[in-house]
Every structure is written in structure tokens, then in C-alpha cells.
Design a protein around this ligand. Structure first.
Ligand SMILES: *Cc1c(COP(=O)(O)O)cnc(C)c1O
Length: 407
């Protein structure tokens, strides 16, 4: 929805919201009037459900009995030996549907069902969030409509088929750049058109308040578990926690478990694409500055006129021009820092994980591993927790193609 791209001269006050829409100076509700009512309703529901013991028990039960939580914490013995640091992996790749995304879609869909909504709307880029949403809808008996750019639908045909097999209706968006940004606009438009019966499941810790808080709230379970597991059998807190950052939901999920542990360094790794100087990347903190996109004031890749710049990454999940506002705040106050790894480094990390650990990580997650590999020399003997956000089966074609080209 183009109008929500425009930054108002004065940020709207949004006295109607009950909880703080801001993360420091970031975040907010830069939304057209028509979106305000559903956002206010959603915020109210979120406040209610956080205090509702029955709801918390039900989501806990779904995560255990269906999704496969708690996920394992694995020592990466051979990688550790190779690099000279002690590496631990939080295994979100073992979650049902192969990534952390299901934590959020199960939570939001359960919430929507309890709010009496009949239909779930969602956007998807590469299709991972669409599949996780369609899965939650099948489980909970909700109608599901997924918006996907025409270009993505073509590139990600297996996920398109998965969604349809799961009973979702996939709406292919044929205008704009025909990718994720256009799919988000379409999904929001559909929500505005029928807020009574529908809920919009946003896929990352992004967008207008209350979405960044809701998504992070459902992903927090990663950090809570990881901290407990490190204390129980990982020999105590890690020196560093490292996660890849697309919109930022897996990273904020794991970071939140360690925010109060001041000695634990938090490091987010963005997609360096072909390298920062090439301008073909998705490293918002390296080549961007703050602005408004999709309802939220945060770091963006944009040109001088505020037009969103095209992004590039080998991993579709990191290929987005904006970063979640809570990360913008953590960067501003210095609690976390944001680094990058490029396509080539991610591929190398992928190969090392496969050969040394018997794990094919998602190319997104490979960026976190890649940063650790690059910096290992300076971190000798340190204990490092990497959030392995997903598995790499979906990336086989990409990896096979590129590795052949490399040889
Ligand atoms: C979608 C995705 C990401 C990026 O999304 P975040 O919201 O930044 O976590 C990272 N890893 C995997 C495996 C994904 O599917």
C-alpha cells in the first residue's frame, strides 16, 4: 500500500494504542486510517492473550506436541575443533516445516481463532512463511489465503504447491516488482477490506505496531529455551549469540533470552550479497538509513529520494529492504551489533556445516555461521551460540548450481 510508505511530517501520536509502539525512536504506526481499527483490535487481543493462562497453555501444548519444541541444542564438535572456539547450535532447523517461522504462525493463528476470525491472510516471498501459515491453518481449521508475487511464484514453485496441498488459496500478485513488497501491500489491502472476519499474519518482527512485539513475543521461546539449555548442559552462558537478520524475527527471538545478561554479546548478521561496495546486498545497517516502509520507521535500503532500493542476497529470507525496529533500537543503544556476510562466505559456511557437522543449514542461517568462521581467529576459546534458523533442503538447487560454477 503505497500511502504507508510516505513518512508524515510529524509522526502520528496514536494515543489510541495502549502499549508503546516505539522501540526508542524506531517502530511506530505509520498506517493509513483504514488500518488503525484492526491494529487497535489486534493490540487489545495481544494484551489479553499474554495474560490468559489458558491461551499460554494451549500454545505451549501445540509447540510441544505438534511443532517439536523444545528444539535441540547441539555442540558443534568438529566445527569447534576446526575454528578454535566452542560452538553451540540452537536447532530451529529441526522444527516442523524446517524453520523458526512456525513459532509465529502457530501463535498468531491460534490468537486469530480465539478472536473469532475465520480467514487468515499472509504474504510470502520465497514461500517459507506461506507454508508455515498454511500449515498452522490446516492444523487449526482456518481458511487461508496467501499473497505471493508472480516472480516469486515462478521461482519457488515447490512452495506454491506445498501451500496448495495444505489447502491454502494462493493469490499471485502480478503488478509492481511482483515480489515480496507487492505481496505485503496486497495482503494488507485485503485485511483492510475485511477486518471483521480476517487476520493478517505478518511473517517477521516488522511492520506497524503491534506486529513487531507480537512476532518477537512468539519467537522469544527460542531464546528462553537456548538460555536454559546452555545453563543445563552447555556449561553456562555463551560469550556471544549470533543470528542472521532478515526482518529479524529469529534473531530477536534468540536475543531476547540473553538481553539481561550484559556480558553476552549479541551479533546480528545481515546479507552482504555481492559485497557492500557493489550495492547488491541487503545489509540495511551498512548501506541504509532510517525511513518508513510498511508502516514502520526503521533502517531501510533507499536512494536519496526515499525510493526503496532493490536488494540482493543468495538467500531469499534475508532479501528485504527493511529491518525490524527492535533491532534498530538495539543497534542505536549498542546492546547488539550488526555485521554482514556475503553470498560466497555463506556458501562456504554451508559446505563446512555439511561436511563437519552433517547438517545442511538454510542459506539464511549459513550467514550467521559464515560470520563466525570469518571472525574465529579473534574469538579463540570463546563460547559461541549460533541460532540455526532453518534447514537447507529448500536451497539445494541454488547451492548445487553455484558450487558447480565455482569448480
Ligand atoms: C525467513 C527466514 C529467515 C529470515 O527471517 P527473520 O525474520 O529475519 O528470522 C531466516 N532464516 C530462515 C531459515 C528463514 O526461513
Amino acid at each position: 500500500m503505497d500511502e504507508i510508505r510516505v513518512r508524515p511530517a510529524e509522526p502520528p501520536s496514536h494515543g489510541v494504542m495502549e502499549t508503546n509502539p516505539r522501540f526508542g525512536e524506531f517502530g511506530g504506526v505509520f498506517a493509513p486510517e483504514t488500518l488503525m481499527a484492526p491494529l487497535v483490535e489486534l493490540e487489545r487481543a495481544w494484551i489479553e492473550f499474554q495474560q490468559d493462562k489458558g491461551f499460554r497453555q494451549e500454545i505451549h501444548r501445540l509447540l510441544r506436541a505438534y511443532a517439536g519444541r523444545p528444539t535441540a541444542l547441539s555442540p558443534a564438535a568438529r566445527l569447534s575443533e576446526r575454528l578454535g572456539c566452542e560452538i553451540w547450535l540452537k536447532r530451529e532447523d529441526l522444527l516442523h516445516t524446517g524453520a523458526h517461522k512456525l513459532n509465529n504462525t502457530l501463535g498468531q493463528c491460534l490468537m486469530a481463532k480465539r478472536m473469532g476470525k475465520k480467514r487468515i491472510l499472509a504474504e510470502t516471498g520465497a514461500g517459507q512463511h506461506g507454508v508455515a501459515t498454511a500449515t498452522a491453518c490446516a492444523l487449526l481449521g482456518l481458511e487461508c489465503r496467501i499473497y505471493m508475487g508472480a516472480k516469486d511464484a515462478q521461482r519457488q514453485r515447490p512452495n506454491l504447491l506445498r501451500m496448495r496441498l495444505l489447502g491454502a488459496q494462493v493469490e499471485v500478485v502480478r503488478h509492481g516488482q511482483r515480489t515480496l513488497k507487492d505481496a505485503i501491500n496486497e495482503a494488507m489491502r485485503a485485511w483492510v477490506g475485511d477486518p471483521q472476519n480476517s487476520h493478517y499474519v505478518l511473517g517477521s518482527a516488522l511492520g506497524p505496531h503491534p506486529f513487531p512485539r507480537i512476532v518477537a513475543g512468539f519467537q522469544e521461546v527460542i531464546g528462553r529455551e537456548a538460555r536454559r539449555q546452555m545453563m543445563d548442559w552447555g556449561g553456562g552462558l555463551p560469550n556471544k549469540v549470533v543470528a542472521c537478520v532478515g526482518g529479524g524475527s529469529n534473531a530477536i527471538g534468540v536475543f531476547r533470552g540473553f538481553l539481561d545478561d550484559e556480558d553476552v554479546e549479541l551479533i546480528g548478521v545481515e546479507a552482504g550479497g555481492h559485497g557492500i561496495p557493489s550495492d547488491k546486498h541487503a545489509a540495511r545497517f551498512q548501506g541504509g538509513w532510517p525511513g518508513v516502509l510498511h508502516g514502520c520507521y526503521t533502517w531501510l535500503l533507499q536512494d536519496e529520494d526515499g525510493q526503496i532500493r532493490p536488494t540482493h542476497s543468495i538467500s531469499a529470507g534475508l532479501d528485504y529492504p527493511a529491518v525490524g525496529p527492535e533491532h534498530a533500537e538495539l543497534q542505536a543503544n549498542g546492546r547488539a551489533r550488526y555485521e554482514w556476510a556475503d553470498d560466497r562466505e555463506a556458501l562456504k559456511a554451508f559446505a563446512m556445516m555439511a561436511e563437519l557437522e552433517g547438517i545442511l543449514p538454510a542459506l539464511e542461517s549459513s550467514h550467521a555461521v559464515a560470520w563466525v568462521i570469518r571472525e574465529a581467529e579473534a574469538m579463540q576459546g570463546q563460547k559461541i551460540l549460533i541460532n540455526l534458523s532453518g534447514r537447507g533442503d529448500k536451497d539445494m538447487d541454488t547451492v548445487a548450481g553455484l558450487m558447480e560454477m565455482d569448480s
